[in-house]
Design a protein. Structure first.
Length: 455
């Protein structure tokens, strides 16, 4: 009798950087002979790739694990393997382990190459040992980076692929737990990145989105100066109709050289993600951002000079200790100036082990929530106005999926997942991954409607 193929599921939580890891885990399991189950609750074993960055993310991970555990059948399946940032976070902060109580095993970053072996052993009744530890003050191990270059099973749009160029962060912002979870900055070798880029394009990707905790600091651990500009120049040598997009650019490391390369080839999307977090001088210092308001203004002026017309995204944190009405008013005024097409706003939370968690003069939660809502409301008006300015513009649409109201895709001014869609009502003989010349005919705060234009 033929042996039954064991099945696995996966639930992906968190940011695009976690998505890359999830795709690697999917690929490793498939190569090992496991069959993928669309319904994770129907699988023999399910991986839950967690986010541990904020309390809300930790609670979401716990809820997913508990829900899957509650749906187990008579044979106690699926067995649950927790992976990702919360696993490593709990390794360095044991008080967070309760969020993973429903998991049958935990797998840290260093053990990702053993994911299939761990799952087989677990299904065979062998106890799995928690191996997570956190990487505060360290870098992720070589085994993780070697694993990172293995074939991935892609999630989401086949047209777009995330390309991770580094891991960890050495900025050590006061509020941020990333250095405690993923360690110090470690850049992937240029050769490994280019190899993966070629493989992703060969597999059908039309857009490569460069990601890291701080993309503009790429290579600072390999050379005396950032190496993002040389990397971009090498990527530009890839043939074909492609888009390249850069996310997570830190204002302190954004250089004229990087902007000049982005302006040198139309395949580089005229788009920059520049997380600012705040603009008030006092708050930037309290947050440990490593720059002041003057650097913010200089970075935006450089973008205007070298990438005129580019879309800009940012993120802000409200309610950080020390933020009074005066500091928030300066941030609100900055947003109302209409400098960014897109912005996300987060309420500060006290992350264990971070400098901010030990600060006094905290902001009341209800005040912080009200500030978030005011900032988002102001940005919605700005986003709508900036989209109106683009009405009538000719651009290109990357098709992603067909829905009832037409083809959904994105313009060069929209990053995947966070900046809304552009909708094309009519597209005969079109398919996902096609680049379509379009004209913007209708706009809103979170996207636009387009019409095909003659080439």
């Amino acid at each position: 009798m033929a042996r039954r193929v064991q099945s696995f599921g996966l639930v992906n939580l968190g940011c695009p950087k976690n998505t890359v890891d999830s795709e690697g885990l999917l690929g490793a399991m498939a190569l090992a002979g496991f069959a993928f189950a669309e319904d994770p609750a129907a699988a023999d074993v399910c991986l839950v790739n967690t986010c541990g960055f904020l309390d809300a993310a930790r609670r979401e991970a716990a809820e997913v694990l508990e829900e899957l555990a509650a749906r187990r059948g008579r044979q106690g399946r699926p067995l649950l393997v927790a992976t990702g940032c919360l696993v490593e976070r709990a390794g360095g902060a044991p008080e967070l382990a309760d969020f993973l109580a429903a998991a049958d095993a935990r797998l840290g970053f260093a053990e990702y190459p053993r994911v299939a072996e761990t799952c087989r052993n677990l299904l065979a009744g062998q106890a799995a040992t928690a191996r997570s530890r956190g990487y505060a003050g360290k870098v992720l191990p070589k085994t993780y980076f070697e694993w990172l270059g293995r074939p991935r099973m892609r999630i989401g749009s086949a047209a777009t692929a995330y390309l991770k160029i580094g891991e960890g962060c050495s900025n050590c912002c006061a509020y941020c737990s990333i250095p405690l979870i993923r360690g110090r900055r470690a850049s992937r070798p240029l050769r490994a990145i280019l190899k993966e880029a070629r493989e992703l394009v060969a597999a059908g990707a039309k857009e490569l989105v460069l990601i890291a905790q701080d993309t503009t600091a790429y290579g600072l651990d390999l050379a005396d100066e950032p190496q993002l500009a040389p990397l971009l120049r090498e990527l530009a040598k890839l043939p074909g109709e492609l888009w390249f997009r850069v996310l997570y650019a830190h204002p302190r490391h954004l250089t004229d050289g990087i902007l000049d390369v982005l302006a040198s080839d139309p395949r580089f999307c005229p788009y920059l993600d520049l997380p600012l977090q705040h603009v008030n001088e006092k708050m930037l210092k309290r947050m440990g951002r490593g720059y002041g308001r003057a650097r913010v203004d200089a970075a935006l002026a450089a973008i205007d000079r070298r990438l005129p017309g580019a879309a800009r995204r940012t993120t802000f944190i409200v309610g950080h200790p020390g933020e009074g009405e005066k500091e928030f008013a300066e941030l609100l005024d900055f947003v109302e100036q209409g400098l960014f097409d897109h912005a996300g706003v987060f309420v500060w939370s006290p992350e264990p082990g971070t400098v901010s968690a030990g600060m006094a003069d905290r902001v009341a939660p209800e005040v912080a929530a009200e500030r978030r809502d005011r900032l988002l409301g102001a940005q919605a008006k700005v986003s709508a106005a900036r989209w109106r300015e683009r009405k009538g513009d000719a651009t290109t649409l990357l098709l992603e999926r067909r829905e009832k109201d037409g083809w959904h895709g994105r313009t060069p001014w929209q990053a995947p997942e966070v900046d809304g869609d552009a909708v094309l009502e009519e597209a005969d003989r079109a398919r996902a991954g096609d680049f379509i010349p379009v004209k913007i005919v209708r706009t809103g705060p979170y996207g636009c409607q387009v019409r095909r234009r003659p080439t």
